[in-house]
Design a protein around this ligand. Structure first.
Ligand code: AMP
Length: 589
């Protein structure tokens, strides 16, 4: 079913949108100008530091007394904790002092593994201030994905909690040669291998710190993402990216300084960093940071009690709220809300319209990915929404639909024709490489065009529509999962000869992970073995990545070169056409 356009009139909005006229701004926008604005107000001499933009710049201005972060603890009955810009700046300074007192130097890699707490904000900002690189990890990862990411990035230190340390790191961390410190937000009595409790260390550190002036191209963030094959990829982001964080948040999230802003993304993923930490601080808004997991009543209560004005969330959460119906939403006063945005997975048109009918505002879908570092395509406050569309490219972003060819690519000019979504390189938050994987990086480009791995089409009005992934990666509840990472762990079980992992559709999470396994001779499929393999996967990968279901097969479909054909597994599972099977060697029924 197609939904009618939702019309916008920017002149009748209570708050004037930052992007009042999409077409006009798009025509005149230049990244160079945006970059020079930021650098001129920055550290001088063409130097920049994300933490300077996010925090230092506000010190000595009225913003320093504003609440930067309102923390809602998951402890029942706990009162909200307000942290001003000034207080957060001091905490970040202490953390930067702590790192330098331990001998960490510019370029060293500091990983963060924690839930949503103010400590994590302090750690990210303090790390950047010290000129070190910050790499966020998802706290629902099991030991295996954590280890792989720390190995690839040659972690110098990790900041975490004693609970996560014991559960996920203690068993193997001594085998990581690059690691010098495990810094714990809370205390451990005995301080085993290379651990240090941060509290006494921070206590001894001063509350001022001269933020390291960085070159715009110095690495600031290392975000891991998944591909179809091989280990996770470390996407390198630089300090200059902050220009894009600021601009895109102004345009696509319509952030204004007096906003109360809630980004529900986990800080272990790129949205949680770019738009859960950096961009809102750059805009001087008050951020809501909720430690608890999704709970419909708690979420509506938070929107109401905190007077949230701008809410950035994800389709899985919206679909869960939809399940509770309008009745629940109607029990709350949500009149403070003025802008709703969504990212991470396809946002079905029903959800956009549900927002309008239930919350009085439509959801504005936007599209981007780890590699792009910031929002690329969006529905803007001032622009009509076509429900189901991702919107139009950000000012300064050239997006197109293309096919790869043997000797390059062809751009598809005709509207409504599906191909791969490509972006013309050249914006500040674009990734600068996959760490140690030049070839993989190079393959993502044809000339200046970056191939995103997503299939999409553009309609006659220039709106982009998501069609699917061009590869086998799985998006489950907004988390990108590499099938290879899952298959590798399944293959560690002594009974498993072959493993193939696919995403199958799910009403709430978009997709869930399903595994197919062929056993070695002398092993019989059965419930006990199934539980054992699933248990291993859960323990090693963590609940967010492990398969939700598993099926035994005699053998799996393979190409002549022995590669499992996940595409075929999926087609068969979903009853879809099998497509080209000319390279099939073993049909694997
Ligand atoms: P990640 O790098 O983990 O942020 O995942 C990026 C991928 O998520 C994209 O390449 C898309 O496949 C998917 N994605 C992100 N935003 C959207 C959206 N608005 N609509 C559809 N898919 C999306």
């Amino acid at each position: 079913m197609s939904y009618p356009k939702i019309s916008k009139d920017p002149h009748s909005m209570p708050v004037k949108p930052n992007l009042e006229s999409y077409d006009q701004v798009r025509r005149s926008f230049s990244w160079q100008e945006a970059v020079s604005e930021v650098e001129l107000s920055g550290l001088g001499d063409g130097k920049v530091n994300i933490a300077h933009q996010a925090l230092d710049r506000h010190i000595g201005t009225p913003t320093e007394d504003r609440v930067a972060l309102r923390f809602l603890s998951k402890e029942p009955g706990a009162a909200p904790e307000d942290i001003t810009y000034h207080a957060l700046w001091e905490r970040a300074n202490r953390f930067a002092n702590a790192l330098t007192s331990l001998g960490l130097k510019k370029g060293d890699r500091v990983y963060g593994l924690s839930g949503r707490t103010p400590d994590l904000y302090m750690a990210l900002l303090g790390t950047l201030k010290a000129g070190c690189v910050f790499s966020p990890l998802f706290s629902a990862f099991g030991p295996e994905p954590i280890r792989a990411r720390m190995e690839i990035g040659e972690a110098t230190a990790i900041v975490t909690t004693s609970r996560l340390y014991r559960k996920k790191l203690a068993g193997w961390i001594q085998e990581l040669p690059s690691l010098r410190y495990v810094l714990l937000f809370d205390e451990l009595e005995d301080e085993p291998y290379r651990t240090k409790s941060l509290a006494p260390l921070l206590e001894r550190c001063g509350t001022t710190f001269d933020t390291e002036p960085m070159q715009p191209e110095d690495m600031a963030l290392l975000h891991f993402t998944s591909g179809t094959t091989g280990r996770p990829k470390g996407a390198v982001h630089v300090h200059e990216a902050v220009v894009a964080h600021m601009k895109t948040a102004a345009f696509a999230l319509d952030l204004h300084p007096d906003d109360v802003y809630w980004c529900t993304a986990d800080p272990g993923w790129v949205t949680g960093t770019s738009y859960g930490m950096i961009a809102p601080l750059c805009h001087g808004v008050t951020m809501i940071v909720d430690e608890a997991e999704f709970d419909a009543e708690r979420w509506y209560g938070t929107l109401q009690d905190q007077g949230v004005t701008v809410w950035y969330t994800a389709p899985t959460a919206i679909r869960m709220l939809m399940k509770y119906g309008k009745e629940l939403a109607d029990r709350y006063d949500l009149s403070s809300l003025r802008f709703l945005a969504s990212v991470g997975e396809p946002l079905n048109p029903e959800a956009v319209v549900w927002g309008l009918e239930t919350l009085g505002l439509p959801f504005h879908d936007n599209w981007w990915q780890t590699e792009t570092g910031g929002i690329m395509i969006a529905n803007y406050a001032s622009m009509d929404i076509k429900p189901g569309s991702m919107g139009r490219p950000m000012p300064g972003i050239e997006a197109a639909i293309a096919h790869r060819t043997d000797d390059g690519m062809t751009l598809i000019e005709a509207p409504n024709e599906t191909g791969e979504l490509v972006l013309k390189s050249g914006w500040p938050s674009m990734f600068r490489g996959y760490l140690h994987e030049e070839e993989r990086y190079r393959k993502a480009f044809v000339g200046d065009w970056y191939f995103t791995g997503d299939l999409a089409f553009k309609d006659e009005d220039g709106y982009f529509w998501f069609v699917g992934r061009a590869d086998d990666v799985i998006k489950s509840s907004g988390h990108l999962i590499g099938p290879f990472e899952v298959e590798s762990v399944l293959l560690e079980h002594p009974a498993v000869a072959e493993a193939g992992v696919i995403g199958i559709p799910d009403d709430i999470g978009g997709e869930v992970v399903k595994a197919f396994v062929a056993l070695k001779p002398n092993y019989e499929p059965g419930d006990a073995l199934l539980k054992e393999i699933m248990g291993l996967a859960r323990k090693r990968l963590g609940p967010a990545v492990a398969p939700k279901s598993l099926e035994f097969r005699e053998s799996l479909p393979k190409t002549r070169s022995g590669k499992i054909m996940r595409r075929l597994l999926k087609a068969r599972e979903l009853g879809l056409p099998e497509g080209d099977t000319s390279t099939l060697e073993d049909s694997g029924r």
